[in-house]
Design a protein around this ligand. Structure first.
Ligand SMILES: Nc1ncnc2c1ncn2[C@@H]1O[C@H](COP(=O)(O)OP(=O)(O)OP(=O)(O)O)[C@@H](O)[C@H]1O
Ligand SMILES: CC(C)(CO)[C@@H](O)C(=O)[O-]
Ligand code: BAL
Length: 361
């Protein structure tokens, strides 16, 4: 039988020897059933914020919880859900080996400022077995991750819908690391009038650049070295775009008249100055999407040739964050997401970076 429990005070030094903070002094309530969650009083005159996770909490999750705490304020309430959702897994092996670390998760949640952790069992979330009626993610859910993990986003949205109904938050927080998931949740909430604010939180990375992920623990040191090609590719592409855009800005500032100026200089016999003026005039942002893709691709291709621990690329795509369709090569302005998914050994990783075309960053 499972019961609602409010665990005693944690070690005052906090988890992993961190300095004590007010949040570490009180452990969150551990709620195992929907009935226990229903019995959790709502904060009076303040908001409830929710962070949904599959557990094995790391600093990325802690950042989401801190953001929720900050938004809810001292009088508000932060609920963290921990549930490994079978509906969104393709291979049973991936589901079976997914890490489950509830005791450590409660400490991490406490230190980050959670008031309650809702960690139901599979039977509690799906009392009638696999649900007959599900959320369909639609066309956006069939692109990128959806193409590689058929049914994944339907399963993800179905459990997110259920968890939103169960926890009834004012605001819910999700990581930009799972950019397509975040976009789909925002879309579902808008299309189906869920009446909750959805907030994205930027990706948290390790010092070496790798995006934090529960699945990183499966990487051997050599595999991790290969996996670093993901952030390196994304950051190189971002830098390439910034350089191209800086050159374009310089062109606008230094070459009024562009090609006309080059022609005039040519007539005067100033061949070198004419060539410079023309080069500057040509430094337009046109072709930036192709340059961004090529820059990232070169780094990923190199990692794919690594002897013992090669990277196997599933996709690299430059997409519109609104619907995850490919950005056309002649795009000169607007928001984009450069997204990548790859396998290293048995571990599949995803990462992405937001980019803005047509602006100096
Ligand atoms: N590095 C990160 N930075 C910011 N948010 C993150 C990060 N990693 C995960 N999140 C967010 O935390 C929430 C829960 O994610 P989840 O429990 O699946 O963790 P995960 O580390 O992404 O695990 P995995 O990649 O193995 O599925 C999601 O909203 C996810 O986007
Ligand atoms: C949103 C989510 C908790 C649904 O299971 C999961 O996909 C995750 O952890 O990103
Ligand atoms: N972090 C996304 C959840 C999943 O991989 O299933």
């Amino acid at each position: 039988m499972t019961t609602s429990s409010r665990r005693g005070d944690t070690d005052p030094t906090g988890p992993r020897g961190t300095a004590p903070t007010p949040a570490t002094l009180t452990a969150p309530a551990l709620l195992r059933t929907a009935a226990e969650l229903d019995a959790l009083p709502r904060p009076a005159g303040a908001e409830r914020a929710v962070v949904m996770t599959m557990g094995a909490l790391h600093e990325g999750h802690a950042t989401l919880i801190r953001a929720a705490r900050e938004a809810a304020g001292p009088d508000g309430q932060v609920v963290v859900t921990v549930f490994v959702n079978p509906l969104q897994f393709g291979e049973a092996a991936d589901l079976d080996r997914y890490p489950r670390t509830l005791d450590a998760d409660l400490e991490t949640a406490a230190a980050a400022g959670a008031d309650a952790v809702f960690a139901p069992g599979v039977d509690e979330v799906y009392p009638g077995g696999e649900p007959q009626v599900r959320i369909a993610a639609g066309p956006m859910g069939e692109r990128l991750e959806g193409a590689w993990r058929p049914g994944h986003f339907d399963g993800m949205l179905t459990v997110v819908a259920k968890l939103l109904h169960l926890t009834r938050p004012d605001e819910a927080f999700y990581g930009q690391k799972d950019a397509q998931q975040l976009a789909l949740i925002a879309r579902m909430v808008r299309d189906l009038n869920f009446g909750v604010r959805i907030t994205g939180v930027p990706t948290v990375r390790d010092a070496d650049g790798l995006a934090l992920s529960s699945r990183n623990r499966f990487l051997s040191p050599q595999e991790r070295h290969t996996a670093l090609a993901l952030p390196r590719a994304l950051f190189a592409a971002r830098d390439r775009l910034a350089a191209q855009q800086a050159l374009h800005e310089r062109a606008k500032a230094t070459a009024p008249g562009g090609d006309d100026r080059a022609a005039g200089l040519n007539r005067l016999g100033e061949a070198r100055a004419a060539a410079d003026a023309q080069a500057v005039a040509l430094a337009r942002p046109n072709g930036a999407p192709a340059a961004v893709r090529a820059t990232a691709r070169a780094i990923l291709d190199e990692a794919a040739t690594r002897g013992k621990h090669p990277l196997v690329l599933d996709y690299l795509a430059l997409v519109d964050p609104a619907d995850f369709t490919e950005i056309p090569d002649d795009r000169e302005s607007g928001e984009a997401v450069l997204a990548v998914a790859a396998r290293v050994g048995e571990t599949r990783l995803i990462d992405n970076i937001p980019l803005t075309f047509g602006a100096l960053s």
